[in-house]
Design a protein around this ligand. Sequence first.
Ligand SMILES: [Mg+2]
Length: 290
Amino acid sequence: MSTGPAIGTESPAKAGPPVETVTAASYVIPTDAPESDGTLSWDSTGMIIVRVLADGEQGLGWSYGSPVAAGLIRDALASLVAGANAMDVQRAAEAMTRAVRNIGREGIASIAISAVDIALWDLKARLLGVPLAALIGQVRPDVPIYGSGGFICYDEKQTRDQLAGWVHGDRIPRVKIKVGESWGGNERRDRERVALARKVIGPDTELYVDANGGYGTGQAVRVGAWLCDYGVSWFEEPVSSQNPAGLAAIREQVAPDVAAGEYSWTLADSARLLDAGAVDCLQLARSAIS
Ligand SMILES: [Mg+2]
């Protein structure tokens, strides 16, 4: 009979130093000009920055969203993470998730938990001396990128300059513009802007559109038909990410790939999109890693 340690007793989580401090800061960064999509307008972006320290290393995490998330970290989350085993990120994430039961897991709490969670994963990687990608598990050696903007409120010159800058200046072979103006109420201008984008970027650049949930299900199917006239290959949030059945129905009937998930707040939300067959590409923008 073996006299060695029981399985699991030598795991890295057992040997980690305690998290010494958790700090959160928030920043409001003005955009260079007013921006809008089909369902929202804004002139600044909020950023949450979290720093966690252990054994001489610092982990950095961030999320974007309302600055009030930084207050939630300070008031409700930091004391749960300070003193915890820096190697046991999932346990800290679970403690944070349980603590926001009465606050509400989605929205602000998810933004706050995500920023801390990312900082803890970064800290763990630094303590182990490995790249974060290697710690989590790297699936691909690289990823394709696209230029994302093409805001509804841009005039023709702003749109031309932005798209031309990405494609002809930065040599980015994919771009994305917003559609779904006024919750789908100005489809004529949507089409004019898609036509303009194709004209500016030429035939060989991939063209993506994002409706930010602005269309109805039937309207999105009709829009999906004319998007093909302009070679659009990516139709993001034709309806809300909170409507998996609608997304699945649209995906069945349009040629462009359907993408959604930016407003999934938890991994369970994302699993529901996959289970419904709602997306060709699942976007993970706000869920915590853990
Ligand atoms: Mg989007």
